[in-house]
Design a protein around this ligand. Sequence first.
Ligand code: PMP
Length: 417
Amino acid sequence: MTAAARRLSSVPAFDVDAIRADFPILARQVHGKPLVYLDSAASAQKPRAVIEAITRAYTDDYANVHRGAYYLSETSTVAYEAAREKVRAFINASSTAEIVFTKGATEAINLIAASYGRAFIKAGDEIVLTALEHHSNIVPWDLLRTATGCVIRVVPVAADGTVALSDFAASIGPRTKLVAVAHVSNVLGTILPIRAIADLAHAAGAKILIDGCQGIVHAPVDVRALDCDFYAFSGHKLYGPTGIGVLWAREALLDAMPPYQGGGDMIETVAFSGCTWAPLPAKFEAGTPPIVQAIGLGAAIDYVTAQDRDAVRAHEERLLAYATAQLGQIPGLRLIGTAPGKAAVQSFVMDGAHPHDIATVLDRSGVCVRAGHHCAQPLMEVMGVPATARASFAMYNTITEVDALVTALIKARELLT
Ligand code: PMP
């Protein structure tokens, strides 16, 4: 057997056509051209199983949860809580008490900043971030700094998009209370060495929060193996619906934290003389929760776990390797983010063409890419660009779609430069 054949035989089989058939939207055309959806890092398309679970929930089983004594409220509650158990198993959390449903990762991080932050982070305490963070993992800490006088330290990002462990070691110290980092960069695809960063944080007596928006999609996540303290993600990037996200935190931390919002469902008793809180996780779920969205997320988790995740990962790696090689052939195009072992997200810029114009021209060919600062303005500054165009790949993308991207880019270059 040749080396190339050996390599191929070690790549798990993957039937991308069968996957594509599960996603109804992929069959549609845009501007008379087949849809080439390369923006899954912003939001992934939904498989039929998720769409049907949502329809079924509204058609057959819908009522408000937790408080109803009647049949439909009970079945709705069972389905909502079953989704929580699916999330627990998906990230290997110890208990469903540790799974708080939010409307997304942004709300989850704001919850930590407002609750944990205001209770436990004081003036002069330090929060360590990296220069590649999404605004969702910057702005809540800026708000906390204004409220408390805490200090934000920023770990630098190298030109290729890597973040050195030694720079974390240099930034984390006795004043560090929290290290808050992305698992995977939404702009560069860099995968951060979470377990090693967690070890550094814990050695300094600090907690660690992972913004898992892109990490949860990329590969299986085990919050206990990562040894993190908080892990936040959004359902819509994981093939689930919008309006649902997850905050996982260690039970002892959630127990110690004050409520984030007040209202129905999060109380045990209410009196004008004072209130007491419901047990976890209800303490952090004020108001009617995103019931059907949670059920949709549960269906998305079922869909993802039914796939051979090694095969999905190998497929996405193949797409990225091919895209990297092909994009590299286009004169004047520069790749932004080339860290070794990165995830299937590729930013780029082209001499003489603004990323927004590139995205607009690509759209005429049915190719969807994102352009802009990707909610990471500090990172744009580090990379020395005002914006990038970004193609991101999911399990349903194909090599033919990478070819369509490259052909459309060559056309864009002729038009724009
Ligand atoms: N962090 C990262 C790394 C992201 O990619 C995103 C979404 N672009 C977010 C946070 C925010 O997620 P959401 O808007 O779903 O709350």
